[in-house]
Design a protein around this ligand. Structure first.
Ligand code: 3PG
Length: 385
């Protein structure tokens, strides 16, 4: 693909697609990781003397409608304070945007436009007409074939990959194509069903697969143990059994259980075969967590997506913390991705000790599954003609 650094941006109208889909609570940004990750790209374009327009989606608004709760205004305000430069938010932008060289505007949520998610051709052409150069930099949305990530790249005079997208592809490629071994993957989170394809792909790639969280409960049940009231998926027990037969998946030996799903629930440590009907597993026990930490210590490459327990509740956060700390302490090339994973890394203050933190959630998983990311495929096809 063509890279932004190889394109002359001076005085050009440059339309950059970022993934500024940040979590908001009561109108406040709760994690600005994605905004900070986009900053170097934006600064490079500004320094090159480009007329910069940045676009992104936020959440999943009703199509064709302005809804204030999905406005990018909080993002514009935050971007402006990070850059120390005015960042106007342009509400109606499809018919043209006024922007000077060295200036930046943010255009309103792309998903307010009819046709965005359908990759509508007329909409894509309108976006393309706004610019001389289109920069796709939204790795987190590269798995979506939408007008702002895919269609626009077909029609823009020049379509290239931004530095963040390039860095993400490079880091994930390093972890997955010909990795230093052992390659250990940690896949946590609540459900096997949402990560089954990723677990299956990883089972062919990695040397050891660590499962955590609700996913691990299904594996515990698949070994024939009672999981009480724990979150688990009975229907997926056969798949869990197959994965255990195919691959070395470390077995949980002890767990932390509670009697209610709440942040005041008391944690009791129990051997895995002694969970009572009224209890739910919400975290790894200390022995199991330590066993995983020992495995991670020897890893040469680590891929991490998903917490190992209900880490939002302090009484059940130890397992995730021990695993996160072990990843941070290891000499392995480590890549972490996904919203909850990033929140855990933040909670334990380990961001500087992970080799690469991906801004992708769904895109990260699809890449690991070996799927073609449509936005990247489009840049590749543009580079060929
Ligand atoms: C994400 O948060 O994973 C991306 O921003 C994509 O969002 P989407 O799942 O709503 O397309």
């Amino acid at each position: 693909v063509i890279k932004m650094k190889d394109v002359d941006l001076a005085n050009k109208r440059v339309l950059i697609r970022e993934d500024l889909n940040v979590p908001l609570k009561d109108g406040k940004i709760t994690s600005d990781v994605r905004i900070r990750a986009a900053l170097p790209t934006i600064k490079l374009a500004l320094a090159a003397g480009a007329k910069v327009m940045v676009m992104s989606h936020l959440g999943r608004p009703t199509e064709g409608q302005y809804e204030e709760e999905y406005s990018l205004q909080p993002v514009a305000t935050h971007l402006s304070s990070l850059l120390g430069q005015d960042v106007p938010l342009v509400k109606d932008w499809l018919d043209g945007v006024d922007v000077e060289a060295g200036q930046l505007v943010l255009v309103e949520n792309v998903r307010f436009n009819i046709g965005e998610k359908k990759d509508d051709e007329a909409l894509s052409q309108k976006m393309a007409a706004l610019c001389d150069v289109y920069v796709m930099d939204a790795f987190g949305t590269a798995h979506r074939a939408h007008a702002s990530t895919h269609g626009v790249a077909k029609f823009a005079p020049v379509a290239c990959a931004g530095p963040l997208l390039s860095a993400e592809l490079e880091a994930l490629g390093k972890a997955l194509d010909n990795p230093a071994r052992p390659l250990v993957a940690v896949v946590g989170g609540s459900k096997v069903s949402t990560k089954l394809t990723v677990l299956e792909s990883l089972s062919k790639l990695c040397d050891q697969l660590i499962v955590g969280g609700g996913i691990s409960n299904t594996f515990v049940a698949a070994r024939g143990y009672n999981v009480g009231k724990s979150l688990y998926e009975k229907d997926l027990i056969p798949q869990a059994q197959k994965l255990m037969a195919d691959l070395d998946i470390p077995e949980v030996t002890d767990v932390r259980v509670g009697t209610e799903f709440s942040d005041t629930a008391v944690a009791t440590i129990k051997p895995v075969d002694q969970v009572a009907d009224h209890e739910e597993i919400m975290d790894l026990g200390p022995d199991s967590a330590q066993a995983l930490a020992d495995i991670l210590k020897n890893a040469k490459t680590i891929l991490w997506n998903g917490p190992c327990g209900v880490f939002e509740f302090d009484n059940f956060s130890k397992g995730t913390e021990v695993v996160a700390q072990a990843i941070a302490d290891s000499d392995a090339f480590s890549v972490a991705g996904g919203g909850d994973t990033l929140a855990a890394i933040d909670k334990y203050g380990l961001a500087d000790k992970i080799s690469y933190i991906s801004t992708g959630g769904g895109a990260f998983l699809e890449f690991v599954e070996g799927k073609v990311l449509p936005a990247v495929a489009m840049l590749e096809s543009r580079a060929q003609n």
